[in-house]
Design a protein around this ligand. Structure first.
Ligand SMILES: [Zn+2]
Length: 506
């Protein structure tokens, strides 16, 4: 029997309209056979869902992977439009040259915008569909922060979204995509129904261990059976600011339109009925700082972790806003570890000055809503210099090699800052911190420029109720009413609070 030929395409970026444009150079690009070599290597760089897809396909028997391209950008601003158009055109040409194909796997985030377009992911799906025709399965995996366009739904056979935030199930999603593809190749016919619920939830309300989003996802999963193949409840990424923002329910049945429709409507009604649960309280800076001061003086209390939500690197934050660091410094907080602060100039200077030396450190911060974007610490001691490459040893990115460029630890007098030079890092790995001579147990206040994924890493060290979500200003503030939106459909809850809505299929 001839082997099934399955094309592999990847395009992945979460775009925050307020963050810096993501250029061609910022994408990690892999083409052709290198994708397979990497996927089947001992420590693949391929995102986990891609690894899961390959693992499951390989376990199921002989197949022929037809690798096209893998364009991975993580999180940032809108992508450079010329680059994305070129890449999608390349996908078209390469796919066409590889026909006939039996199926396509698209590894996608789903919340990319470009400098010119608000739905390049949909353009990719439509392009692939045009090449292969209506009858070939196209299975995609997406982040649950994707903004779902009708073009995406219409051109994919099945969309499989993550179900966890923090994201710890990417590998499982990839395996599920492979299973669905294999089932389709064996003759299964999926029927998809989808609804946009006019809720644009603040990202802080989207943790899935508990809370409204977890309840919705769990309920959807409880309905998986012989008829219901997949339920993807996709909350979206508000900061993309697109016409497709909103909470999307996508239900896929095995050739059963009525079953898909009924469950889709039920979940949409359920989401709307619980909309008030997506309102979220954050802790003001002054209260968070007071807690940090107490934490530094009273060691009988458990340590605290402050999440600097206005500068969430995972959502496109630049990793160098100053508000929280300044306030902690001015309040004299002790045993604080700030990990991290992105400042190439400062790292270069500290490297020149050398370990053990004291200098006046000027931090160069984000200019968002500030007349003066610098902060001066009169006496900073260079405590450690690090070349910048390290492996993540815990959490959803475990095993990944990070190169943050040369880094330094600066002691500002009770506040230690990990400064990076090549890129901001979402969280310092616990093993990295300890390798630089800092015991995590000695940290009374850990500050991270991260919203949720740190939980999967640092819950071994900090009680959940001691993880404080701080209401800092910035490009990623979850207080959506503070930002200006031009494309999100209105009304959308909770940007708009007083309106009625009845679910209807799209
Ligand atoms: Zn996400």
């Amino acid at each position: 029997m001839t082997q099934q030929r399955i094309a592999i395409v990847g395009m992945f970026l979460e775009s925050n309209r307020y963050a810096t444009v993501v250029s061609r150079e910022n994408f990690h690009k892999t083409y052709g056979g290198n994708i397979i070599d990497d996927a089947r290597s001992l420590s693949p760089k391929l995102l986990k869902e891609g690894q899961g897809f390959f693992a499951q396909m390989d376990a199921a028997g002989a197949w022929q992977a037809v690798p096209i391209s893998m364009i991975i950008g993580g999180a940032g601003g809108p992508a450079d439009d010329t680059f994305i158009c070129e890449e999608i055109e390349k996908v078209k040409v390469t796919l066409t040259s590889q026909l006939p194909l039996d199926g396509i796997y698209i590894l996608n985030h789903g919340a990319m915008t470009t400098t010119e377009q608000s739905d390049p992911d949909g353009l990719l799906y439509a392009t692939v569909r045009d090449v292969v025709g209506a009858s070939i399965p196209i299975i995609t995996t997406i982040d649950l922060h994707a903004n779902i366009s009708q073009r995406m739904v219409d051109n994919a056979s099945v969309i499989v979204s993550y179900r966890t935030d923090p994201h710890v199930d990417q590998f499982e999603c990839g395996k599920e995509a492979a299973d669905i593809l294999l089932e389709m190749l064996a003759g299964m016919h999926p029927i998809v129904r989808n609804i946009r619920v006019p809720i644009v939830p603040p990202n802080v309300s989207l943790l899935t261990d508990n809370g409204p989003y977890g309840d919705l996802i769990d309920y959807g999963q409880s309905k998986i059976n012989q008829e219901i193949l997949n339920v993807s409840v996709v909350a979206g990424f508000a900061y993309s600011d697109t016409a497709d923002n909103g909470l999307h329910v996508i239900v896929t049945s095995r050739n059963n339109p009525a079953a898909a429709q009924t469950l889709c409507l039920e979940l949409a009604e359920m989401a709307w009925a619980m909309k008030e649960r997506f309102l979220w309280d954050l802790v003001p800076i002054h209260k968070a700082v007071a807690s940090a001061v107490t934490s530094g003086t009273d060691h009988s209390t458990p340590p605290i972790l402050l999440a600097d939500l206005g500068d969430n690197i995972g959502a496109g934050g630049p990793g160098n806003t100053l508000w929280l660091m300044e306030s902690l410094y001015q309040a004299g907080a002790q045993d604080v570890f700030i990990g991290s602060f992105f400042d190439p100039t400062l790292v270069e200077l500290a490297t020149d000055i050398g370990i053990g030396k004291t200098f006046t450190a000027v931090f160069h911060g984000d200019t968002w809503a500030r007349a003066d974007a610098t902060f001066v610490a009169e006496k900073a001691v260079v405590q450690y210099l690090h070349p910048g490459k390290f492996n993540i040893t815990a959490g959803p990115l475990k095993g990944m090699l990070v190169n943050a460029g040369p880094m330094c630890l600066l002691d500002l007098g009770g506040i230690i800052v990990l400064a990076t030079s090549r890129r901001p890092i979402v969280w310092p790995d616990p093993a990295l911190i300890e390798s630089m001579g800092i015991e995590i147990a000695s940290i009374r206040t850990l500050v991270l420029k991260c919203r949720s994924n740190y939980r999967a890493v640092f819950n071994a060290y900090f009680d959940t109720e001691r993880m404080i979500e701080v209401d800092t200003p910035g490009r990623t503030s979850p207080v959506l009413s503070r930002h200006e939106w031009t494309r999100i459909p209105r009304p959308s809850y909770p940007i708009d609070l007083e309106f009625d809505w009845q679910p209807g299929l799209r």
